[in-house]
Design a protein around this ligand. Sequence first.
Ligand code: NA7
Length: 564
Amino acid sequence: MTNRSDVLVVGAGFAGMYALYRYRNQGLNVTVLEAGSDVGGTWYWNRYPGARCDVPSLEYSYGFSEALEQEWDWPEVFSAQPDILRYANHVADRFDLRRDIRFNTRVVALEYLEADNLWRATTEQDEQLEAQFCVMATGCLSVPNKPKLPGADSFQGTVLYTGLWPKEPVDLTGCRVGIIGTGSSGVQAIPELARQAGHLTVFQRTPVYTVPANRKRMRADVQQEFRDNYLAIREMQQNNAGGISNFRPVRSVKRSVAESSTSTSATAIPTTSLPASSLSAPALAPNKILNLTPEERLALVQARGLNMLLTFRDVYTDPEANEAANETFREAISSMVDDPTVGERLSPTTYGLGCKRQVLDRDYYDTFNRDNVTLVDLIESPIETITTKGIRTSATHHDLDVLIYATGFDAMTGALLKANIRGRDGKRLTDKWRDGPVAYLGLQMHGFPNLFTITGPGSPSVLSNMLVAIEQHVNWIGDCIEYLGTNNLQNIEPEPAAEVDWVAHVNEVAKGTMYTTPSCNSWYLGSNVPGKPRIFMPYVGGYPRYRERCEQVVANGYEGFRLG
Ligand code: NA7
């Protein structure tokens, strides 16, 4: 490999892998720089027990290769991390990707050399690599949020982060384990940790609304039906707000009707579009929750599961309906948790359903009925300090052997800002984005010619099926590079007005949704990271509308971009 390529891609997760495949196939010389020792990105780093995707695997998979679609077997409907990582490795092998990926290579700076129209990447090993185009495939949830807790460095036990979980097996047998954080990662990990640890102490700041995940094994006939229909399914994804097809296998539907009277599994969560906060929210029922009495709501949940609360449309549009659902949720929690005080502590009161990405769990509430699990409410008794032997809250000291941070990510902008990017005239991205991310279509920033961001802020990204969003961006960028070449153009960047207008549009469509209610604090808004500007970062207008806009921009001769 030389140090000069046509395209530098930063990151070898699903975005970087497809970018390499696509740009290589269009005849470009591509170099991928990856901090990890192998492919997989999010699924490489997040190896914590219980890690699992909340989008069904038959949809959360690449659509660019028919052969790949036909040959890969998914063992479960919603895959666990090891299976997704196996898939990533299979893709890397099958398409011979590794020969152009430099592993264990963290980019510490990226600089635009205007005179040469090149991007120069400096690595942690102080190596420099250059290319005309630079594609940031650095992921939306890739920089762990590490809270600055007093005394954190003094802890003498083992410290683990869910988002940087070790590759070697972690044996927690007999250990006193503490975990801080009860978002998706914490909720997925807690039941597994409780099974392994001697004692688990859960340090919760904000309780979560979590519903049972689909636990089904993949059925061969369902998988085959997807394979037979993938062409149509990929088309359906393109026209669904969340980039999910909603394809219902005929054979499987027939069989589930026959099976329904005997089924004891947790409520299945069919995949639908996304007026709610989750990609995997059940299809919305046409009726309103306010048409039911509180007793009927509770009876519904007790008969058919918590997931039912996500099916009412008014829950996401009417604050009164939202509160009715929240109240039912709390009642349901209290009926599932033996200790009423614990049940109350687990019940969210400060925000409503639909504000955050919906969390899916396996046995979360049951876990708090175990003898070896303690819940600590950090609002009631905040952490005063981490000590050499555990955590001191205002109430007591908790002795720990292992401390796990499940404290989330500096989402969407974290990895881009951390890359120390400098554009034209040495302008820093950190300065440009001081008050929040400003980008056109979540693809490019003015002042940073030929630098592209895959699933960047202002694009549907985390509000859509990431694999669909990734493929769309990679293809758009590939076509753009080809267009520049064909037309003898050297660079592209957005007009300042175009990115300002786009950011205004992104904010406008987010207004009035449950995501942006004043009581809502989520990583979508950056409000999980102290000091981060509170801006709703992903595009909530739906994937098809966004995709059509991107297509229209191209049809209008790269409208809003300056080509030079
Ligand atoms: P989240 O959803 O951001 O959750 C992080 C959790 O950590 C949440 O419960 C936080 O409480 C808690 N947290 C964060 N900082 C602190 C401090 N300083 N003290 C105590 N507790 C803290 O991240 P996840 O990794 O679980 O999930 C992110 C996404 O990954 C998820 O939506 C899926 O898409 C996959 P808080 O709510 O801020 O009070």
